[in-house]
Design a binder for this molecule. Structure first.
Ligand code: AP5
Length: 190
């Protein structure tokens, strides 16, 4: 199995690049952000609760996202592998993911972190917010809060995977094709 954590701050290009990775490597794309937005669109109680946190750029509780990933892994037991986008976001989530994969004699193959400067991230997200309808892209204050949450709670996962010899960092600036070329090289190494 090829299991890749595609990592990076909000706006780094995780969702965009995941589409290309899925096409090339036939992996299943698991985005906790997309799963949560589906719950919101369906008006479920989970979605209503998550929306309040997401609109402020705060993290949804670990047990909620871990439960969603657990369900998706079980529903795709025949998959060639997974691309995890926006998950894990805390050490608790990373440990839970390791345990879930281990129970299937599986593990993370590598983490690929997209590096993009804050000014570029803010500009990309404000631009997308003009027509995406994503509430958390609408104003700079919420975007800056998402970046703060990433730096305070999520960036530490680079060390988590580095200690396992699974961490690779790549430049997330350039055209989508250029960035994808770097990701392909990193996946070959993983
Ligand atoms: P989530 O949906 O995961 O959002 P995010 O991490 O903030 O990331 P984005 O989707 O904004 O950016 P991205 O890196 O995917 O970039 P994209 O390809 O879209 O999470 C949303 C919320 O859900 C969280 O804040 C939290 O509340 C909750 N949540 C989700 N997962 C959770 C978890 N595990 N635990 C707890 N809470 C969780 O690109 C961005 C823009 O840039 C696009 O317009 C794109 O066209 C453009 N772009 C992409 N690549 C390039 C390029 N190379 N050059 C120029 N523009 C580019």
């Amino acid at each position: 199995m090829l299991n890749i954590v595609l990592f990076g701050p909000p706006g780094a290009g995780k969702g965009t690049q995941s589409q290309h990775i899925v096409e090339k490597f036939q992996l299943i794309h698991l985005s906790t952000g997309d799963l949560l937005r589906s719950e919101i669109a369906a008006g479920t109680p989970l979605g209503q609760e998550a929306k309040l946190l997401m609109d402020d750029g705060k993290l949804v509780p670990d047990e909620v996202v871990i439960g969603m990933i657990d369900n998706k892994l079980k529903a795709n037991e025949d998959a060639k592998g997974f691309i995890f986008d926006g998950f894990p976001r805390t050490t608790e989530q990373a440990k839970a993911l390791d345990d879930l994969l281990k129970s299937n004699d599986d593990s993370i193959s590598g983490m690929i972190a997209l590096e993009v400067p804050d000014e570029e991230l803010i500009s990309r997200l404000l631009e997308r917010g003009k027509d995406s309808g994503r509430a958390d892209d609408q104003n700079e204050e919420v975007i800056k809060n998402r970046l703060k949450v990433y730096n305070d709670q999520t960036a530490v996962l680079k060390d988590y995977y580095s200690k396992q010899g699974k961490f690779q960092e790549i430049n997330g600036l350039g055209t989508i094709e250029e960035v994808f070329g770097r990701i392909e090289n990193a996946i070959e190494k993983a």
